[in-house]
Design a protein around this ligand. Sequence first.
Ligand code: KG4
Ligand code: ZN
Length: 334
Amino acid sequence: MLILGIETSCDETAAAVVEDGRRIRSSIIASQAELHSKYGGVVPEIASRKHMETIMPVVCEALDEANVTLRDIEGIAVTRGPGLVGSLLVGLSFAKAMAFALDIPCIGVNHLEGHVAAVFLSDNYPEFPFIALVVSGGHTNIYLAKAFQNFISLGQTRDDAAGEAFDKAAKLLNIGYPGGVVIESLAKKGNREVIKFPRAMRESMDFSFSGLKTSLLVYIKKRIHPIADDELPDITASYQEAIVDVLVEKTIRASEQNAVSRIVVCGGVAANSRLRERFIEESRLRGFDVFIPPRVLCTDNAAMIAVVGDSLLRRGIKDSLDMNAVSRWPLDSL
Ligand code: KG4
Ligand code: ZN
């Protein structure tokens, strides 16, 4: 079964063709990062306008690269939420119109479930149940994933998301956007022990990252001289380690407490090489199995959306064309 996936929840316009929920025939991602970089974050109005310009060429390119025509597509899976409503509406309206014209099913997909489902696009994927750490620009959640559409929340952020903590730090340090990528690359040359940034709420299964961001701000303000370029590697490495520490620690605790030895790490922040490295190290030491999608499938893409669409369609689940975009849509409410 060939599913066309469409994703426009934030600042990537993406389309993909996925066969049988497992094989990527094409995956096109048009990033708007450059457009938003001068603002240090995504500007919703600019994002939705850009999606409108880009959606048609991106979908055409996905079909071309997959070497299929519209007639070969059996269903359209589209991100319905959570995300920026103006952005979501572009993909959703496009998908609904296409599904109506082609007389094929349209399936509204939860973006977070998409991030988790990216793991099924690798050769080595886990059986349910597993513990899923979803870490992105807007979310930091730990779930017990029992099946598609069956997630139990075990912990979440009380304030900023992990990706947001990266992005806000990069803004404070004036080193560019998106923050995670810039910090990861600077941190590679740094010593992560130099600055002791706080690890908040250690006892809880919830996360808090706003204090970490504030402690960086205090560190910057307390200084007499502006930060020199050669100090950035140590600062970013220490900051990154504070985020990675709590993510790893709590996810492993969730695995132990629930006696589930398979862990999936996904979402944009799962592209971070230090986070990946730490999970792999710990899995060897403690004997759990960790599954992390390839980097390009961690950040927003439409192939992951098509995987969820495939699984829903196989179970006869499809949506009516009057479904709407939703800015908040907890994964444990499916
Ligand atoms: O999943 P995603 O592409 O979009 C959302 O659903 O939010 O995640 C974007 C987030 C941004 O905050 C970005 O800074 C972060 O993921 N990110 C990274 C890396 N690549 C992207 N964070 C740390 N290291 C990276 N390599
Ligand atoms: Zn995402």
